[in-house]
Ligand binder design. Sequence first.
Ligand code: 45D
Length: 321
Amino acid sequence: MSFSIESAQKIFSGTQVPSPIPATIALFDQLSVDDKLALLWFAYTELGRSITPAAPGAARLQLAEGLLNQIKQMSNDEQTQLMRDLAAYVDTPISRSYANFSVNTKLAFWFELGELMKKGIVAPIPPGYQITQGVKVVLEAIQKLDPGQQITVLRNTVINMGFEPEVNSSGYAKAAKEPMFPRTQPAPQLTVEGITEPAVLSYFEALNADNFDAAIALFTPDGAVQPPFQKPIVGRESIAAYMRAEAQGLNIMPEQGISESLPDGSKQLKITGKVQTPWFGVQVGMNIAWRFLLNPEGKIFFVAIDMLASPQELMNLRPTK
Ligand code: 45D
């Protein structure tokens, strides 16, 4: 029996609702660079309030520390220029080092920069800045999203910044030593209405314990994970590297699902529920779906993680045929 990732990507496609997130990011992308920085500042002064105080401390800056010290020594004009270069993907040595940071280091870097801006150590949004119509439109689009979608927009704009000489297409190969989000609570006991498949339940339990070795053991050697709005990450090694970098400290709270057996003995499952990121803790619950394809031996060949377009979609579990 042979599966293809392409066909796996399409499972339960009839139950999916288009997400407003790419459209919002497309609006953001059209802004001028100063408008982008201003937009992020306004959005962040709202949303940033719900960043858990413990998170940035736990996500120790590591690689970003040197860069931040360099920035503190700069003049205000140089600091503004550096932020513009990052947001406009200009090829500079700093934009290149930034692009090499892991996602959590990028977020921690901006978090710290935001703190330094508030304290007046790093140049703020220029005092005479006049909000433009474009910025208003994007802010309104962001306000219409649910909180889980709002932080995703913020995150995705931040991780796209900087300059990457060549696109990193083969799995997940960022060299960075990752910041840690230590667990303060043991993994909860899970029950997922409608789901008894051991590999799937073990997958959730392993992630809730940051036990990524246990998680990848549940996959076939050619298995794949497709994160929200990304291409699949293929193979156990790449999945493990990706998860160590990006899945630490998540609270995975699957609620309900459906499971369908296919004629060849494989199974497809769709499960909906909530996920919390260590950055926002209990303050923001993201509405998420997992679409699993298991081989006849019960190993995970494919799992797509989708951000749901609306909370109503949590209930949207009608079978495909
Ligand atoms: O430019 O099953 C300033 C996987 C100035 C694994 C600023 C997963 C101007 C498998 C305002 C200072 C990982 C896929 C900038 C599941 C400026 C699996 C700063 C899913 C930039 C379930 C801005 C996990 C700042 C998921 C500081 C879905 C912005 C995780 C900070 C989602 C933004 C996590 C932050 C998300 C955003 C985290 C901290 C969406 C964090 C978002």
